[in-house]
Structure formats: C-alpha cells, structure tokens
Design a protein around this ligand. Sequence first.
Ligand SMILES: *[C@@H]1O[C@H](CO)[C@@H](O)[C@H](O)[C@H]1NC(C)=O
Length: 148
Amino acid sequence: MNPSLPRQRQEEACQAFLSALHLGIFALRSASSAVDVVELVVRELELNPLFNFGCGSALTAQGTVEMDASIMNGSTRKCGAVSGISTVKNPISLASLVMDKSPHAYLVFDGAEAFARQHGVEIVDASFFITEENVIRLKKEAPLSRPS
Ligand SMILES: *[C@@H]1O[C@H](CO)[C@@H](O)[C@H](O)[C@H]1NC(C)=O
C-alpha cells in the first residue's frame, strides 16, 4: 500500500485487494487454470479506481493514460505484453490474447489497439481510466510540465 495515502483510503484498497484475492482462490478451487485466474484477478483490480492501473491509472504529463500489462504461462513459457494502451477496458486480457492468439509477445500503441479491435475486445472512451483524484494529483505534482 502507498503509505502517503490517508489511512481510510489504504484500508479501502486493502479490502478491495482481499476481495479480488478471494475471487481468485474461489476460481482456483473451481479448477480454472492459474493463468486464467491471474487474468480474472487483475481484471477486477484494473476496474477499481483505488489502484493506479486500469481505471485509476497514474496519468502522463499530458493528463492522458498509457497502460501496460503482461502475463506469462509458467508451463509453456509463452508470454504476452502490451504497452501504450488507452482504450482497452482490460489491458491484462489484451496481453493474454497476445500470448494466445498472436505470433507476437509484445504489442504497443496503435498496433496493440488495432489487435484489440480485430479480436473484439471491449473498448471504452479514454476518459474511462482518468479519475478526478489523479487529475488533481497531476496538477499538484507537475504544474509546469502541462501544456497550456
Ligand atoms: C499454460 O498453457 C497450457 C496450454 O494452453 C494450459 O493447459 C495450462 O493450464 C496453462 N498453465 C497455467 C498455469 O495456467
């Protein structure tokens, strides 16, 4: 947890993390593969604005979001990674698709976004990932690096 966050906020994040973990334990008990469970748990966390990836991602100096995600299957050593994602609702699932459905291990920016559309991944407006809290934080942290 980030010790600079207020105590109540840390506790909320901790609760959300534990609840995602329990979802994962439940999925493992119902015999889902470990890689699928990792994807499931990370999807939960990506959609929770309490964490600084997915919805709630730390912002670029321009106030936009560029997300990364990667996943690996320890048995097959296959892996998939994406970077510079701005409209894919769950970047971890796109990384998983790169691993399973492409000859590549790593796709970035426009190529990754095009691959997402080819595979019918859920797309959202880029503003989906931007929280008011992060906009305020960016203004405080880097007031001079923002375009006027
Ligand atoms: C890795 O991939 C294989 C083949 O797709 C699959 O059977 C296995 O369950 C995967 N391993 C994990 C840990 O999920």
